[in-house]
Design a protein around this ligand. Structure first.
Ligand SMILES: [Zn+2]
Ligand SMILES: [Zn+2]
Ligand SMILES: [Zn+2]
Ligand SMILES: [Zn+2]
Length: 315
């Protein structure tokens, strides 16, 4: 990770830093909400258990297989067991369990994010599809440059970024950052910085990084909203960098952290500074990168259409 090679000096326009409230952790949230969920009726629980693959314990979807003795298993596991039933060791053959497939079809199950607030109920076969898009599903950790497996709600992730990734959190809607790098000749895709802003009662991630477009080294700054795509549309932001009477400016809509960091970067949806210009803006002998990036986040008028349009600028 290249984080250490970047120094970020931040000054906020007269706004005191505040302790970020993080009064609940995701695990405890999960636990406490689980406690109040009434147990599912036992009939559907037992049918649900039948639909659990005895080998990998995932839910089974057609084609569901069974051995000559009736032991079931999922299609993924079937390809792995070399034609032996994992339960009775008999030859597996190629028998489908149509009855169980039909039973599954008749089932309706609540979304697995019920404990986070989703109240929807789905036919068995469309439940997975919904869960992949459920607006209550937890968010992935927005810290880029590492494969961080942490998921959770926004307050949990804000605390996680601060405590585990040592990310700076600032209160306020304007910012003035100085990015300093001693050897700007080395541009690697992993080089990046993250700062979190708390304004309008929401959290925003400001990313700054160096990467290559083709063979051209560039620096890029962009903002992501810690929340879903629809809510992100309520905000706009600007980034500005310059020196010597020249400046580059970017105005855009923050992307949701549902869009992963790499996707946003690769769509070039942010302020892109070519290295030559970045060194020009740094002044001096072009041996050190010293960029002053100023920016602002503001609230847009509510859009009655509420449509989501995510641009792919480089397409
Ligand atoms: Zn399985
Ligand atoms: Zn068997
Ligand atoms: Zn849901
Ligand atoms: Zn993380």
């Amino acid at each position: 990770m290249e984080r250490d090679s970047f120094e970020c000096v931040s000054s906020l326009d007269g706004i005191d830093e505040e302790e970020i409230q993080h009064d609940h952790q995701f695990e405890s949230l999960l636990k406490s909400r689980n406690n109040v969920v009434p147990p599912a009726p036992s009939r559907s629980t037992s049918v649900h258990e039948l639909l659990e693959c005895p080998v990998c314990t995932n839910s089974m979807y057609p084609p569901i297989h069974q051995c000559q003795n009736g032991h079931t298993l999922c299609s993924t596991c079937k390809t792995r067991v070399h034609n032996r039933c994992p339960t009775c060791r008999q030859e597996l053959g190629d028998i489908r369990c149509l009855a169980l497939e039909k039973v599954a079809e008749s089932l309706e199950l609540p979304c697995k994010y019920g404990f986070l607030g989703c109240t929807e109920i789905f036919p068995y076969y469309s439940k997975l599809e919904h869960e992949a898009q459920c607006s209550f599903r937890p968010y992935n950790c927005p810290y880029a440059g590492s494969e961080c497996p942490v998921v959770g709600d926004i307050p949990f992730l804000v605390a996680h970024l601060r405590d585990d990734h040592k990310v700076d959190t600032h209160v306020g809607c304007t910012f003035n950052h100085r990015y300093v790098k001693s050897n700007p000749r080395e541009v690697e895709n992993a080089t990046w910085m993250l700062t979190v802003f708390n304004c309008f009662g929401h959290y925003f991630c400001l990313h700054f990084e160096a990467f290559l477009i083709g063979i051209a080294p560039v620096y890029m700054g962009f903002l992501r909203f810690m929340g879903d795509e629809i809510e992100a549309q309520n905000f706009s932001y600007s980034l500005e960098v310059g020196a010597n009477g020249r400046k580059l400016m970017w105005e855009g809509t923050p992307r949701s952290i549902r869009d992963n960091h790499r996707k946003v970067r690769d769509s070039h949806d942010g302020l892109i500074i070519q290295r030559n210009i970045a060194l020009f803006f740094s002044g001096g002998d072009r041996k050190e990168l010293k960029l002053r990036v100023t920016g602002r986040i503001w609230k847009e008028q509510q859009n009655p259409d509420g449509g989501v349009c995510i641009p792919n600028i480089c397409s």
